[in-house]
Design a protein around this ligand. Structure first.
Ligand code: PLP
Length: 365
């Protein structure tokens, strides 16, 4: 096995076992409420007939696929419901590799750590391409790295961990690059509802048969435990993805899909706007306190993380554990995200984010 177990659960367990009060900013599970219609859907489901407790169609409930297809402006046959964006990314990478058009998957550095692990698990060579100083995609560096061996280019906007948001020009350029190298562009848009900049562009805005868009409701509806995501494949790749999904999972969970469908239909834009507002305020308060602590950080334009570094305090696992024990704040070590071993990542998914920032400001780094 040449793929590592991601460190998230290790750090969370370390924080939970600590002998003091710790503010957990390790992983990206939102602390705010899901849409009310989601709870209504679940309540109603409990009293449904027994046949509603059986397998849904393997590629997902038809009505949910139709609802997603209508919102994304794509043919319903291109939509596969998955167990979160995690599975959608796995199916997309597998689809890219099955084309026998190369073994390499280009990723950004820093990177969401599940990507390189997943790529290696599928027998691919992940290659990290540094981002620009502001965390944005360095298209020229990607262009330089791309070759006939590139099976896929995987991007994530709004980005985990940098908070970068890719605009229409960037998305257009990266789709062009994928096409020019006969690679698949995989665009993970799981934080699309958390764009503070107004510049986010989906890869679906560019018509291409070299693009797979992955997404989920984990973050947008604050339901990481429900496991409902989806991928939009180009028509010629969807059948193989459906089969792989069926062989691995049989299907997804029906109650989750029913509740998500109801929430999609009945939830207005106000719900999403309120979550964005909450996060905007948290980002401002947290980064103000980081300023007071003398930290350097990338100002996030979206998602819900802050990637930061403290002078003379590299973001090693050892230092992260010291922060837990001595400051009462738990975050993720930077080298989990690529070559950024000076950095740490804070997930702003706790109402105590501001208090955590004050603790950091008081801590002697
Ligand atoms: C960039 C990115 N993609 C995918 C996922 C996984 O999402 P899901 O819960 O839908 O599997 C995460 C979770 O943190 C993420 O940050």
């Amino acid at each position: 096995m040449d793929y590592d177990t991601p460190l998230f659960f290790h750090v969370m367990q370390y924080a939970a076992a600590a002998d003091r009060d710790v503010i957990d900013m390790v992983s990206g599970g939102p602390d705010w409420e899901p849409p009310e219609a989601l709870r209504d859907g679940l309540r109603e489901y409990a009293d449904a007939d027994a046949d509603a407790f059986q397998y849904p169609p393997s590629d997902g409930l038809r009505e949910l696929r139709e609802e997603i297809a209508a919102r994304r402006g794509v043919d319903v046959d291109r939509v596969v419901i998955t167990n979160g964006a995690g599975e959608a990314n796995y199916l997309a990478m597998a689809a890219a590799l099955e084309r026998d058009a190369g073994d390499e998957i280009l990723l950004t550095d820093p990177v969401y750590p599940y990507y390189p692990g997943k790529a290696r698990m599928l027998g691919a060579d992940p290659r990290l391409v540094p981002v620009a100083d502001d965390g944005g995609l360095d298209v020229a560096a990607m262009r330089e790295a791309a070759s006939p061996d590139t099976a896929a280019i995987l991007v994530n906007s709004p980005n985990n961990p940098t908070g970068a948001v890719y605009d229409a020009d960037t998305m257009g350029a990266i789709v062009d690059l994928a096409e020019a190298n006969d690679a698949l562009l995989i665009s993970d848009e799981v934080y699309d509802h958390y764009d503070f900049s107004g510049r986010f562009e989906s890869a679906l805005a560019v018509d291409s048969d070299h693009t797979v868009v992955t997404n989920s409701f984990s973050k947008s509806m604050a339901i990481t435990g429900f496991r409902v995501g989806y991928a939009v494949f180009p028509p010629h790749l969807v059948e193989a993805a459906r089969t792989r999904h069926m062989l691995v999972n049989v299907t997804g969970a029906r109650p989750s899909q029913v509740a998500v469908l109801r929430a999609l239909r009945e939830t207005g834009p106000g719900y999403y706007e309120a979550s964005r507002d909450l996060l905007r305020k948290r980002v401002d308060a947290f980064t103000d306190a980081l300023d007071a602590a003398g930290a350097e950080y990338i100002v996030p334009d979206g998602a819900f993380y802050v990637f930061a570094r403290f002078e003379g305090f590299p973001g090693t696992l050892e230092n992260v554990e010291r922060l837990v024990d001595e400051a009462g704040v738990a975050c993720m070590p930077g080298d989990t995200f690529g070559t950024y071993d000076e950095w740490v990542r804070f997930a702003l998914v706790t109402p105590r984010a501001e208090e955590a920032a004050r603790r950091l400001a008081d801590y002697e780094f």
